[in-house]
Design a protein around this ligand. Sequence first.
Ligand code: B3K
Ligand code: ZN
Length: 901
Amino acid sequence: MLDNSAASVTIRRVDYTPPAFAIDKVELEFDLAPLTTTVTNRMQLRRAPGASARDLVLHGEDLELVRAEIDGKPWTGVQVSTDGLTVSNVPEQPFELTLVTTNRPSANTSLSGLYVSNHNFFTQCEAEGFRRITYFLDRPDVMTTYTVTLRASRADYPVLLSNGNLVETGELPDGRHFARWHDPFPKPSYLFALVAGKLVAREQRIRIRSGEEKLLQVWVEPHDLPKTEYAMQSLVHSIEWDEERFGLPLDLERFMIVAVGDFNMGAMENKGLNIFNTKYVLADAETATDIDFSGIEAVVGHEYFHNWTGNRVTCRDWFQLSLKEGLTVFRDQEFSADMAAAGGSPEAAAAARAARRIDDVRGLRQNQFAEDAGPMAHPVRPDSYVEINNFYTMTVYEKGAEVVRMYQTLFGRDGFRKGMDLYFARHDGQAVTCDDFRAAMADANQRDLTQFERWYSQAGTPHVSATAQYDAAARTFDITLTQGYGPASADAKATQKGPLLIPFAIGLVGSDGKDLPLRLAQDGQVLAEPQTTRVLELTETEQTFRFVDVAEEPLPSLLRNFSAPVIVSYDYTDAQLTFLFAHDSDPFNRWEAGQRLATRALLSLADAAARGDALSLDPEIVAAFGRVLRDSTLAPAFRELALTLPSESYLAEQIEEADPAAVHAARLFFRRALANGLRDDLMAAYEQNRVEGLYEPSAVDAGRRGLKNVALSYLADLDDPDDAAELARAQYDSADNMTERSAALVTLLQIGPSAARAPLDDFYLRFEKEALALDKWFGMQATRRGAPGERVLDDVGALMAHPAFSLKNPNRARALIFQFCMGNAAQFHATDGSGYAFWAEQVLALDAINPQVASRLARSLERWRKFTPALREKMRAALERVAAGVQSKDVREVVEKALAP
Ligand code: B3K
Ligand code: ZN
């Protein structure tokens, strides 16, 4: 059992104080053994300038202190507590503190600190895992250089890795050996890492622009070596891209990625030794989908980019987390877009970029907007937390990335680059704040960005409503924008102090569907080549912008490319949306028009379903989707996105009192209407987008497969799904890659469990030894739609007892439990409350094993107040059950905030 029952303490940003001691360097020695590992920690310490503390207070958790020495002599003035160690009356002058402790890696199920996975050792230190390895000033503003010696049995742990450069290896008595690593770059403890075990590496040597040669390694278990090619290729691309786009080179002699099957999140950017969830390293055509490949590219890029944005310049305190995460997500989004666009025609490149942007925004709106409207709402730079691991959120990451993107929207790519250059010139090697980043952007571009600070300090999603007025005689078009916030928790409301600087990109579409040239009244002289998209800067609560020389009444295309993370309302008619869906030159807004059209129809269908009224859909809407589906000038990836309806959870968020069953019925009705109305077009899309030849995870091929498979899934919703079933069976049988195979199986599951029985069994036998593929097998059964009255939870319950299921493996727990609770809304919200009871049971079970994973699951009930009264009460009961039995502060923070009045 985990003892994580320390009282909940709220940490506040305003209470920040600089550290009282500095660590000049640290030497760590590890005697690695799974049951008990001994760590010898030798630190050179001195008081920070101006500090006068007599005692040194170090963080520590779950450690056994063996010995303490100062300057080589035993020191008795030490006091151990549950969260640290106080060393009393330390010398005035710089001194050496030696601490010997033990910890228990094989008993560490929290996967934070030093732990064992499949007989190998790994570490995870961010945010506060280092204190589970040794007593330390475990805070990001204490940076020092590390020399690390690892000792272990050579037979069991032939490979010994840590950060930086390998300086020495050798044999020891009793079949043991050692390796010594030195990292020349000062770093905070959260970037420390070690790995030991039976691993092999794919290696590649590259030359960076300076001419220096670098060694790249991807370390995995021996049988996984063939699946590392794409990760290595992604790493090479990331290194090239960061030099090209930002002038940032790889600074170490070697760069290592290690894959581990038990991991709490996606990956970790430890200096020179990134540790990854296998999910973001291992891939081949057989076992990984197009989405998996693109996830690997994005995550490899993300962690690599942290080497500068996070590691070279790090965070002063954890409230500044978005300084590194928002910026690095923005960088990985740009990288993925550039990679997807590479090599194609300009049109194909633009389409590929748009598809990435749409995907990113869809994720933001579905998850971050909901977070911002719920009890965990917090600013991009939070003001307080109980458990920092609860703040690795969509807001800090994805909204944070949008905030960074807005600098680029305001200043252009070159202006943004200038800001980045100044940021590194000023802060390389430092631990800094979000304000420092904003100041670099402001100074490099000679702009006052005082108002922009509100993006970091105000919680909640801004709303912008637009109204327009055309004056035919004066040929002017006025657009009035009003900004404010929607309903929010009291805490979020308290942060909302004033209007934001919102870069608002706009175009005006003429009656021929083409963009009109744009001239604002304030422009003065006529520009030789007038632009067709302008970025308006909204800074007031209400502001009117006047366009002049507007030849005809235009249709405004608002917030092009989603230029700010806001909700825009404008009174479009269905006909106007249909027009924009057919013509908008901004691909994002063209997609957006379709989504608005669908969302509006879906919400009114949900309303009718909740009232028990008959459902019907305007054939014009079906026709509008048909035109996009048939438009072969549009990239398949775009058409796939256009045909993907908003999710049930997104739709539920738009409703005051959501009834998931009604939302489900509405969405299903809409899908059936499209399927029946567009049967032949869907069939044609299926046939025309088969990809022949060798599997390649390229954006173009992936787009075609995506469109083909979305067509298949619509065809499975026809009143008579027999043809779809046949196509899916044939696709399953002939598939030579996981994208096709899993899409076929998901479609068969959608048709019904009996259609899927045989291929499900086949899939299991085929991939019994492939953990990541098996995760898919669990996941697709958990997210199965289920016939009316059928309880998918019964299957989930049975799968929990399957020998291949384990609660201790986060990927497996996520595949089955999270997928059911978060990815199968209609089933999870069954009116008998069975989903919530299951949720409570699993949160509590996970809480005792792994609080970080438990706490993620706990969050799936935080929007309980949004639902109909009957569901609400059952959810409250489940939350109260968890609140009564919780041990960790991680889960306690989430459920207490959810239940707070
Ligand atoms: N920085 C890590 C996340 C650490 C999460 C700690 N609970 C991975 C990333 O964002 O790149
Ligand atoms: Zn990150």
